[in-house]
Write a protein that binds this ligand. Structure first.
Ligand SMILES: Nc1nc2c(ncn2[C@@H]2O[C@H](COP(=O)(O)OP(=O)(O)OP(=O)(O)O)[C@@H](O)[C@H]2O)c(=O)[nH]1
Ligand SMILES: [Mg+2]
Length: 332
């Protein structure tokens, strides 16, 4: 697998590189296809550094929207192995591809790889493949905001496809579904008590189900149970999520999986759903951005004005205090 080694800013080499790359260089380096400039911009997005906006704005004209596919599922279901297979397939088709592995439990990583979560081979430097992990603990809603911005940067950089991998814990799969065009939910035959074990909410977000590890006993049972569960789902849905079997470890079923992704993409376009989704998501994102701006403004005021903070403690009125600060408008 030819995966571009993502920029690990925890390495001494990376700190040399980021200090060497100053802000005024960033745009020209980015435009010239310097992957370090891309990595740097994504780090800025990840730590919610507003100075990246200048770059984003100047790149707006050249932005192309990449295809975005999300993979989610319980730990160890084989997401990374599947993504590895999909990347290989896309490279055969000459598409460029970026992989963002998000971990909702990590603080922002600055591009560091999360343990062995990502199956990555450092040897082959394929400039058409870019991989990095993202985390954003401590930034409320920050992960999906950062992911959306990172996807835009990757599109402007010229990537055809973006693949998101996230461990299905907490709200993370919902966040992935809110960002991806197509969401692939990965299950395995060893589901404990069977399909009932599937977390609530997962049926709704799946555009495609993959039962990976189809070399293990029980995969037919899981597929059958899943099929009957889906048949109980409310009618009227035009897209019926396919249920595919894969053996990612042997690269089996990857072509079929990608064909299903393309079929879903076609469906979104031809049904007009793609446009609706884009509109809805931009509205949602604008709401999240507004919340972020408001939160920062309030925190700053409380940090900078001890009298205000003191009164808040005395009176215990967070609503009034928040409103008062926000009513001041943009002056502070
Ligand atoms: N038997 C079998 N094992 C597989 C298959 N695909 C992946 N595995 C193994 O399952 C384990 C987990 O694979 P990963 O690809 O790291 O799984 P993951 O879902 O990305 O894991 P996290 O990122 O930690 O949630 C590894 O030991 C893989 O070799 C498969 O098709 N069959
Ligand atoms: Mg993984």
């Amino acid at each position: 697998m030819d995966w571009w080694w993502c920029w690990d800013t925890t390495s001494p080499y990376a700190s040399w590189a980021s200090s060497e790359l100053n802000d005024s260089d960033l745009e020209s380096r980015f435009r010239s296809g310097d992957v370090r400039a891309l990595a740097r911009a994504i780090s800025m997005v990840e730590r919610r550094d507003p100075s990246v906006r200048v770059l984003e704005e100047s790149l707006r004209a050249q932005r192309r929207a990449p295809g975005v596919v999300g993979f989610t599922g319980a730990p160890g279901t084989g997401k990374s192995t599947l993504v590895d297979g999909v990347v290989a397939l896309l490279r055969k088709k000459s598409s460029s591809v970026a992989v963002l592995a998000t971990d909702p439990n990590s603080p922002f990583t600055g591009g560091a790889i999360l343990g062995d979560r990502i199956r990555m081979q450092r040897h082959a430097l394929d400039p058409k493949v870019f991989i990095r992990s993202m985390g954003a603990r401590g930034h409320l809603g920050g992960l999906s905001l950062a992911t959306r911005e990172a996807i835009r940067l990757l599109g402007a950089f010229g990537f055809d496809e973006v693949i998101l991998e996230t461990v299905g814990v907490g709200q993370s799969e919902l966040e992935v579904a809110a960002v991806a065009g197509t969401t692939v939910v990965v299950l395995t035959p060893n589901l404990g008590d069977g399909v009932q074990m599937i977390k609530a909410g997962i049926l709704e977000i799946a555009d495609i189900f993959v039962v990976n590890k189809a070399d293990l006993d029980g995969h037919v049972r899981v597929m059958t149970e899943l099929r009957s569960m889906l048949s109980l789902a409310p009618r009227g849905q035009i897209w019926k999520p396919p249920i595919l079997a894969t053996i990612a470890a042997k690269q089996e079923g990857i072509e079929e999986l990608w064909a299903a992704v393309l079929a879903h993409r076609d469906h979104l376009e031809s049904s007009g759903r793609a446009r609706e989704l884009a509109e809805q998501r931009l509205k949602d994102e604008t709401g999240e951005v507004a919340a972020e701006i408001a939160r920062n403004r309030v925190r700053r005021a409380l940090d900078e004005e001890p009298a205000l903070a003191e009164r808040l403690l005395d009176e215990g009125t967070p609503y009034n205090t928040a409103e008062e600060i926000l009513d001041r408008g943009r002056q502070i």
